[in-house]
Design a protein around this ligand. Structure first.
Ligand SMILES: [Zn+2]
Length: 218
């Protein structure tokens, strides 16, 4: 299932291809802002890119792009470009158009296109009754379907009272900066987790020594 259409479409501008000399294709970044009444969109060239600020109270995310002629002259990167075909198909279909505008609005609002697109794909997968696929990246990840944040089951110290387990509970995540080991209420790199684990082991050895003393004293 791929509602986001042709991912092989890199979204390169067709207009500049037709226009003879191919210039570096600039990128456009859309940002939501509160603008004076009557000013729906502001364009600002920055380096090779275009910053587009628009006021969601005055114009929706889709119309802001259409107003900027964004499908002709600019590309926003592969992720959002993947939405272009969906957008093209949506024109003339009010429901699809609204849906597309809402997706773009979420992307502009959160600034996290991959996460929004992953969520949309997941939602449509559920609508179509497809069984969510297991994580394709990590065997320990319990997330299913399209996702960008990986989370594993946590290992709980069940010998402790429930309200005291958090400190020694451990689990794996990969949210943004690589795989982290959650342990001692911190998100540690694997290397740091090994150091902490060695410290905990040394502490347990010290506890065991106390027990040895206690038994020797009897
Ligand atoms: Zn995963």
């Amino acid at each position: 299932m791929n509602i986001l259409a042709d991912t092989s479409d890199t979204g390169k501008s067709t207009a500049s291809q037709e226009a003879g000399p191919v210039l570096a294709i600039p990128t456009a970044r859309f940002e939501q802002a509160s603008l004076p009444v009557g000013t729906k969109v502001i364009h600002e060239l920055k380096g090779s890119g275009l910053d587009v600020k628009y006021d969601p109270a005055q114009i929706n995310a889709l119309d802001a792009r259409l107003l900027s002629n964004i499908y002709v002259d600019f590309t926003e990167g592969e992720q959002v470009d993947g939405l272009r075909e969906l957008g093209r198909k949506a024109f003339g279909d009010t429901a699809s158009s609204s849906l597309y505008a809402a997706v773009l609005d979420s992307i502009d609002h959160s600034g996290d296109a991959p996460a929004v697109i992953a969520r949309v794909v997941e939602l449509f997968g559920h609508v179509r009754g497809e069984a969510p696929a297991p994580c394709s990246r990590y065997g320990w990840c319990v997330e299913t379907g399209a996702h960008v944040e990986h989370t594993g089951d946590s290992v709980e110290p069940l010998f402790l009272e429930e309200d005291r387990r958090e400190l020694l509970a451990a689990g794996l995540t990969h949210w943004s900066k690589g795989v982290r080991v959650g342990f001692l209420e911190q998100d540690l790199t694997p290397a740091d987790a090994r150091i902490k684990l060695a410290e905990v082991r040394a502490h347990l050895d010290a506890v065991e020594q106390l027990i040895d003393y206690a038994e020797g004293a009897q």
